[in-house]
Every structure is written in C-alpha cells, then in structure tokens.
Design a protein around this ligand. Sequence first.
Ligand code: SF4
Ligand code: SF4
Length: 365
Amino acid sequence: MKSGLPEVFFITIKDEEPIESIQDKTGILFEEAGFPSLIGVSDSVAIKTHFGEKGNKTHLTPDHIRPLVNKIKENGGKPYLTETSVLYKGNRSNALDHILLAFDHGFTYENVGAPIIMSDGFLGVFEKEIVINGDCYEKVRIAGDAIAADTLLIVSHATGHLLSGLGATIKNLGMGLSSRKGKLDQHSEVAPRINADKCDFCKTCIKWCPENCIVEHDNVAFITEEKCIGCGECIAVCKPGAVGFKWHTTSENLQKKMMEHAFGVFLEKKEKLAYLTFMTNMTKDCDCMKSKDKLIPDIGILASLDPIALDMATLDLTKEQCSENLSKLAHPHVDPLIQINHGVKLGMGSKEYKLVRLDGKAIKV
Ligand code: SF4
Ligand code: SF4
C-alpha cells in the first residue's frame, strides 16, 4: 500500500483475446498483487469461484482457474476449489449435483489440477456463526468450511445482478460463502408480487420456484406469500416483467446484509484473503442464469487485497469504457454504492484506491 491507498492491479483484456494470453496475464497479476506472500509452504489455499449454472456459457472456465492453481503450487501451497449450494432449483442446490455440474463444465482434476471441496456440506446446512456486531446482524451464518483453508482466494466474474446491481467480489464473498440459512437471511425481505395484467401464464416462475409457492389463480400466476423465501428467482426468470417488488428498500437491505456476510469471512481471514476479478464476458445477470449476450466489451482483470477497492474499480473501469458502469447498464434502478459504502463503514476496505496498470509488463511464454 504505497501512497496510503490500497492498490488495485489491472491488466487489459480485449474481446476474443486468446486464452493463452489471458492465462499469462492472470499469472502476472497474481505475482504483482503480492498474492505469493499469503501462501506458506504446504498451506491449503481455497479458490472460491462459480462453476456456472447449467445453460450458462459466460461463466469462468477451467482455463481461467488453472494458472492460479499453478501459481499456488509454485509457491508451495495446496490449492482446491470451493463453492456452496444455492437456494433455487437447478443443478447447484446440493453438493453432489453441483460437483457433477462442475465436472460437466470441465472443472475436473485433470483440467484444473485441483480437487473440489464444498464449504457447506452435502445440503448446504453445514455452517459456522461468526460474531460481527453489524447494523443488520450480531452474528452471520457462514458455510462451515468457508474459513477452513489457510488462505482464501476469491476469484470472481463481474456481471450485473438483479438485486445488488453488481455481482462481483462482494457478492462472491458474502452470498457465495454463506450457508443456506445465511442466504435465506439475506433474502428475507425480498417479497415479490405478480402483476396479473402483465402475466401471460407461461409457468416459467412455477418451474423455478424452489418452494413451490407459485400457483395458478384465475389463469395467472400467484405467489403464496407465507411460503415464499424471497430468493428472487421468479423475478429473474419472468420475461414479461410481471414479477416486481419494492426495488429500493429491497435492494438496499439485501446489499447491506450481503456485505455483512462478507464481513464475517473477512474478519476471520483478513490477513489471508486475496481477490481477483475477471471483467470479461460481462452479462446483465449473474452466472446463476442462462447466458445472454455480452452487455459490454471485455475490459480486463483486476487483483487486490482490498475487496471494496476491487469492486469500486470494477464500477469505475466499466464506466470509463462504456459511459455508465456495469451495474447501471444492467439494472439502472439499483445503486451498488449501497454495498460499497456499507463495506467502508464496516472497515472492510476503501472506496479510494491506487490503480496500478500492468499493461506492457513482459508476457511470459
Ligand atoms: S414467469 Fe411471469 S409471465 Fe410467466 S407465469 Fe410467471 S409471472 Fe406469469
Ligand atoms: S415466489 Fe418466493 S420462493 Fe418462489 S421463486 Fe419467487 S421469491 Fe423465490
């Protein structure tokens, strides 16, 4: 931290850049951002990433992760990949189906050089409570093995996100490493309603609702509120936009709660936490959704030891390239600065940072 500000290291990636070049640049970032200093000999190093939902084609691939695995091994560490179960239906709602999907997406030991160990047990209920004394929670529920490794490397793919605006480092750390109950806690105030005038009763939301609480009523879909867990899947999958909720209050609460879960992991591991985010294949919604077209051109990769600075740099650099930041382009009604400002208030990092551009560094062959 030379100038008193956290450093965010940045290297440019262009559309259609060969994967070999992306891999070389990932290795350079790993070194320049000081990640080797976090790894002791024989240290276990968990790489938290996202294997992509079935049908998603824009998630990070084994080719993105392998250079990080190799770097960790070069530095004496023992890497593994980790993830948690999600709330909604699909192929990632328990450890077995999730790992099989990860294999389908190529995240095998042969391809990546590291095994997968889920952090929240077979059904996502293995958890640990961490005292944070935050504004929303005294304690948060984190996946039981989220902090088990000596070092934690959060590898994120920047996208838009329906509820938090930006889906990047904080979302991967906070939502991505909480237990099932922790995820439910974060969604508890999401209370969607269906506008009957807009519903064409395509039944997509019924298929996706994890609680089976959407029913037919007068030939439109209707949410049985008492059973709804607020996961927001019906909002995300409704093409006519018939499902709505109070954007401002809902998003504000969710962002703060997500940040407080991230804070729980941060408090436990802060000297042994590193973050790397790919700003490539950026889409309107996160990798839990089926792929849509890229929203903006590829920009690059960021690495830092400060999660707040890293997400702020993601917003700033996308705005620099596209006139509006990724969140605003994807979901204009959501203000992602709510999560950033809450993270600053909690003491997790800085909104101001020094951007260290690494373009021009010798590319290793
Ligand atoms: S997805 Fe939307 S349009 Fe289709 S049934 Fe549900 S609310 Fe109606
Ligand atoms: S109705 Fe509730 S539980 Fe069902 S998908 Fe929508 S938010 Fe999730």
